[in-house]
Design a protein around this ligand. Structure first.
Ligand code: 8DG
Length: 134
């Protein structure tokens, strides 16, 4: 099954969230930045590549975060979302090259985000990650 990796980047007790521009039915909803793992690529390498492409941002990939989330992809075939906790490389700031906007949210704001539906499964794990880092 195709695996899509997403980055839970935590810095100063806040989580980086990104607002999707496309496809039209996902436009305006918020996600954790990332994308598909390519053939022969590790999941960590895919995350580093995707965040460089989408955000011109260098991150260090730490451990897995939360459960795998099966969703149906744009072509109707299944894909598996898998998330990793990450931290920014020193001195780095993200730029929204492909997203409508970026936000850093604290633990109290997690519930106010208009998440892509699949990401809501992750909220307990995100809450725990933000609580332990603040
Ligand atoms: N990156 C990311 N994708 C997510 C999240 N939640 C969620 O349902 N998705 C879905 C949306 C898309 O159907 C799929 C990932 O698509 P994508 O557009 O980010 O990745 P990609 O560029 O590698 O995909 P593709 O155009 O090659 O098909 O996973 C999330 O938090 N992060």
């Amino acid at each position: 099954m195709r695996v899509v990796v997403g980055a839970a980047v935590v810095s100063d007790g806040r989580l980086l969230v990104a607002q999707r521009a496309e496809p039209p039915d996902m436009r305006g909803f918020w996600e954790l930045p990332g994308g598909s793992v390519e053939d022969g690529e590790t999941e960590a390498a895919a995350l580093v590549r995707e965040l460089r492409e989408e955000l011109a941002y260098a991150v260090v990939v730490e451990g897995r975060l939360g459960p795998d989330v099966p969703v149906s992809g744009r072509d109707g075939r299944g894909l598996l979302l898998r998330f990793y906790r990450c931290s920014p490389a020193a001195g780095e700031e993200p730029t929204a090259l492909e997203h409508l906007a970026l936000r850093w949210v604290g633990v109290d704001e997690l519930d106010t985000v208009a998440w892509l539906p699949a990401d809501e499964v992750l909220l307990p794990a995100l809450r725990a990650a933000l609580t332990e880092s603040s």
